[in-house]
Design a binder for this molecule. Structure first.
Ligand SMILES: [Zn+2]
Length: 211
């Protein structure tokens, strides 16, 4: 195996463990992928992200066909990843998980569009809700692809969340940031009424970050 491929597999293993340890990917749910040259490395089907080995990260082509010899099969949700990569050349890493806190919004049918913290306004502004379609189907992949025309993240109704970024580290931290936002929103709602940051305040912080 060439050095780059092995290094990327190690990166996937590292961030998968972080995802599991943070409770964002329970049991055998969730999958991770990265762009590798003209193809993609994806986690295997039915594997807990905490226990991923290099042989459980499989190289697939643009049609989702495995290019690696492995006893494991690529995740059945691979078409959702491929659809995004084929449309967005700036996205090189994708995390899909069933993070309970974020999935709660998707189950309640609540779009995340309230900036209660500056980083949410800065990084996301809104997180759209994709209607429910059976996981691993082309219908779901098409609906997700449509949201990713403009956005880098989507909530999947009664299912989970999917987020893409320029690299895996960025994708992980954005997801963790989104989870923290969701958690803070829920707690603040228990305590009272969450107060939203004004659009003007978000623009103010955008100016500071751009400098
Ligand atoms: Zn899923």
């Amino acid at each position: 195996m060439d050095k780059n491929k092995s290094k990327l597999k190690q990166e996937i293993i590292y961030w998968s463990k972080r995802l599991y340890e943070k409770g964002m990917s329970p049991s055998t749910s969730g999958n991770i992928s990265v762009r590798y040259k003209d193809n993609f490395l994806v986690s295997a089907s039915g594997t807990c992200l905490n226990d991923l080995s290099e042989s459980e990260i499989i190289l697939i082509d643009k049609e989702g066909q495995p290019l690696d010899k492995s006893k494991s099969k690529p995740t059945s949700e691979k078409i959702m990843h491929i659809g995004i990569y084929n449309q967005r050349k700036d996205i090189n890493a994708i995390i899909h998980c069933h993070c309970p806190i974020l999935t709660s919004f998707a189950v309640a049918g609540i779009e995340m569009n309230k900036a209660i913290l500056p980083d949410f306004g800065l990084l996301f502004k809104k997180v759209q809700l994709v209607p429910y379609f059976c996981p691993s189907t082309k219908k779901l992949a098409t609906a997700v692809k449509s949201v990713f025309k403009t956005d880098n993240v989507a909530l999947l109704k009664n299912h989970g969340v999917i987020l893409g970024a320029e690299d895996l580290k960025t994708a992980y931290y954005r997801l963790e940031c989104l989870r923290a936002h969701a958690e803070t929103y829920i707690y603040s709602k228990i305590l009272g009424t969450p107060k939203i940051i004004s659009k003007k305040s978000i623009e103010e912080i955008e100016k500071i970050y751009k400098k």
